[in-house]
Design a protein around this ligand. Sequence first.
Ligand code: ADP
Ligand code: MG
Length: 236
Amino acid sequence: SMSADAYRRRHEITVSGGDVPAPFTSFEVAGFPSEILREVHNAGFPSPTPIQAQSWPITLQGRDIVAVAKTGSGKTLGYLIPGFIHLKNSRNDPRMGPTVLVLAPTRELATQIRDEAVKFGRSSRISCTCLYGGAPKGPQLRDLDRGVDVVVATPGRLNDILEMRRINLHQVSYLVLDEADRMLDMGFEPQIRKIVREVPARRQTLMFTATWPKEVRKIAADLLVKPIQVNIGNVD
Ligand code: ADP
Ligand code: MG
C-alpha cells in the first residue's frame, strides 16, 4: 500500500497543525461500522475522495479540523460519517436536543446535506431535520419537538428558533461549519457567533471551506481549538 506521504503528494494534500494520522486510502481501512460501509457500497463509491481520506482519521480522533477543498470534493460525507460515529458513541436522548449540528449558508445546500444524512444514516437509525428560512416554521418545530439527532440549519432560521426557545443546543458536541467562507460572505457571522454561544465549549468543531481568506481564518481561530488543517490543491 502507498505510504501516507506518497498518497498526499499524489492527491495534492497538505496538512499542518500537529501529529497528523495517515489517510484512509480505502473504505476498508477506515474501520467504519458495517451499516455505514453498506451504505457507501450501495452508493457505488470506489474509494474515499482525498478530503475524506485525510479528514476522517483526524475527525475520528476527536480533533478539531479545518478542511479547505473545492466544491464537488465529497466534503459532506467527510463530516457526516464521523458525525454518525460520534452520535453512536454519545448515547444522547434526541428529545433533549440534537448532538450533531451542521450550519450551511443556503436552503438549497442545507436540504442537500439533510438528504445525504438521511440516505447514509438510515441504516444507522439516525434522525435528521433541516431548518431554513422562506418556509413555515411549524413543520420544522414539530420535527424538533419529536427529537432529532442531527440538525442541518441556515444560521438565520436557527437563530430565530433559538430566540423562540424552541431548540436546545446544550447537547451539541459535534459542530460543523460548512461553506464557512460563503456563510461569512452572506453576512451570517453575528448569527453564527450567537449560535455557537449556545453550544457547550466542550465539543468537536469542524470547518469546511472552499477558500481561506482572513475573515475565515479569524473565525476559525475563535471557534476551533488546536485544529489540524487539511488543504486539497492550491489554497488562496
Ligand atoms: P462538496 O461538499 O465538497 O462540494 P459533496 O459532498 O456535495 O461535495 O459531494 C459531491 C458528490 O460526490 C456527491 O454527489 C456525493 O454523493 C459524491 N461523493 C461523495 N463521496 C464520494 C466518493 N467517495 N466517491 C465518489 N463520489 C462521492
Ligand atoms: Mg458541500
